[in-house]
Design a protein around this ligand. Sequence first.
Ligand code: NDP
Ligand code: GDR
Length: 347
Amino acid sequence: MQTTKRALITGITGQDGAYLAQLLLEKGYTVTGTFRRTSSVNFWRIEELGIQDHPNLKLVEFDLTDLGCILRLLQQGNFDEVYNLAAQSFVGVSFEQPVTTGEITGIGVTNLLEAIRIINPKIRFYQASTSEMFGKVQAIPQKEDTPFYPRSPYGVAKLYAHWMTVNYRESYGMFAASGILFNHESPLRGREFVTRKITDSVAKIKLGKLEVLELGNLDAKRDWGFAKEYVEGMWRMLQADKPDTYVLATNRTETVRDFVTMAFKAVGIAIEWQGSAENETGHDAATGKVLVRVSPKFYRPAEVELLIGDPAKARKELGWQPNTTLEELCQMMVDADLRRNTAGVSL
Ligand code: NDP
Ligand code: GDR
């Protein structure tokens, strides 16, 4: 059924923002999406999805660290739902820029919650929380009541934002939902994140445009799902009878090494692994050529070793479940990167 609701999505230039905008537009929403003023704004994701000129989509300049800007936007927009997807979201960079990360990913969320409380506390609010809040393994699989132990400035900032979301829910009766999403990937993933770095590099190696893929910790284990399915879960959280916290995950975990092997397999190359830790290499089983090398420059000061989520609560209460296998996701990403690299497009 089509709706007449109005939604605000912060961070529409990101992976999830683009998919969520597509989903809400399909449902009949009027969507306002925010982007930051930079010297070269990049709308490639909404362009890839073909929604950039949709009549019900409006794009506005915005920064999560500027309370006045948020207040004006909420005053003008008369929104029913606000999805806060904006963040400094790269864990690696958060070690280099902990203060900026805290200001955007942490305090920025309080700016938004305060603005909603002041302008219209009836707005339904979604906060993009993360499995990085679990950090150092306290239990397996991780679920809503697993203790948190973040391992990066990003994880710490997100944990603050999560608790502020819960606090505004409990203090002011606001409909403030927190989705603890495990890693989710797609052809729209940024190239700095490991899956997309791998699929883009594998495509380049296959096409003879790159010799070797350099990576950091190959032993890290992640629960990787398909982003397009995860934004559906965000929407479902705001349609529920009451605001709550939900884990979205696949309940399957694989190492970075496994994902590399899978991506090469998707282009018909079998990889054999030799050595260990910083001396590990991946070889083309047919030619013996080194195609993957470990570089300490991609290691992090503290690592999250193992993530695997239990989405049982979301399945039971929201009817949400992931359907795309990691093999299908990997193939989809490799195919997209083969197409782009063949066409000479760099996204
Ligand atoms: P991206 O990094 O692709 O997108 C982040 C978005 O935030 C971009 O649109 C970016 O704009 C915007 N942004 C950054 N800083 C600001 C700021 N100061 N003011 C306004 N906007 C800003 O992230 P994803 O789409 O992958 O993730 C969406 C959200 O979900 C993030 O909050 C992320 O932390 C969280 N998350 C993601 C998971 C994942 O696996 N993808 C898992 C769990 C949580 P610009 O283009 O200008 O940089
Ligand atoms: P993550 O994603 O930190 O889980 O955060 P990322 O893809 O950056 O790293 C996953 C794992 O791979 C290891 N790794 C490398 N990572 C990158 N980026 N580059 C490399 O070369 C490399 N080599 C090994 C990392 O050490 C790590 O263990 C993502 C982001 O989307 C967050 O915003 C989100 O909250 C979490 O997922 C859930």
